[in-house]
Ligand binder design. Sequence first.
Ligand code: SF4
Length: 379
Amino acid sequence: MPRLLTSIIPMATVIPLTDVRGAASAGARDAFLREAACMPAAEGSPLPLDARGRALHDLRISVTDRCNFRCVYCMPKDVYGRDFPFLPHAEILTFEEITRVANIFVGLGVQKIRLTGGEPLLRRRLERLVEMLASLGHIDLTLTTNGALLAKKARALRDAGLARVTVSLDALDDRTFRAMNDVDFPVARVLEGIDAAQAAGLAPLKINAVVKRGRNEHAIVPLARHFRGSGHIVRFIEYMDVGHTNGWRMDHVVPAREIVAMIDREFPLAPVDANYAGEVAQRWRYRDGGGEIGVIASVTQAFCRDCTRARLSTDGKLYTCLFADSGYDLRALLREPYSDAQIGNAVAAIWRRRADRYSEIRTAATPRESRVEMSYIGG
Ligand code: SF4
């Protein structure tokens, strides 16, 4: 069981001697981590703010780097073929390690945990991990899935304590959907999964659709039409330059305002206030009461200013931005005799130095070679 974090509190701004700003080497990051872990706790708030004044509220945990789809924008087949070296089992965090580190993050202010992948439902006995995380209490526990295994798993996940799910679904017409997942998976089975999740009480469901120019912009209005009145919220996401294997170009992006205009022509929309500060999706409601949609304008209207998300990779590296090129090896601390308080010190020190705002400063010419892939870090 996870150890309680009371020993982390109180803490304050502690500046380790090793400066890693701009340091690319894993050695420098590792030295920073260990030094920060061993600094004495000082008086002050236990809840760190980063260099831009942003709190740490959300943790996304990737539980596997594997996926049963080969979506063209995420795990293209020519890169992730049969011989791709996915992480061996010994390198991925165990459920006990994930729960321990999640508990440490909760002590630093995290209120929402999202399980991601790869495809998280491929991780064996995932419901056991859900149960362990749910026992931490008072966190909003959710999961993003491609839906392929959801019909089979929805009830067990709900019973284990999962609150909600987000299902990735980029098109409703079978031909487009099969072409996008590139493993010929039928859309009907994802829709079955969505129905099963609703029946199990994993609501409100969110449906995430990544829109790529020339690929599936024709799917926007049918998706909106299909889920109108269902209580589910479709969120249309601008195609992003995550990783470096998806061949992203700026002209692949269908801007959020264009997406809203397309839907508004058929189903008039009105803007809705955000549920909370830092919500990534801009909300719109159907004027006739048919529910709401969201658009995530991650390219054309960056929301770094309110970004409160940290990401933990399958092998326990901490990333402070989706577009980071390197992470901090928390697994090393977890597998050595560091206490929860020390690991909490290290995470707080990393967060306090965070100044990420990639989407605000991106240009079409931004280099992408060394960036971490979404299937490894979670979206
Ligand atoms: S680019 Fe990085 S800092 Fe900006 S919103 Fe995305 S994850 Fe957050």
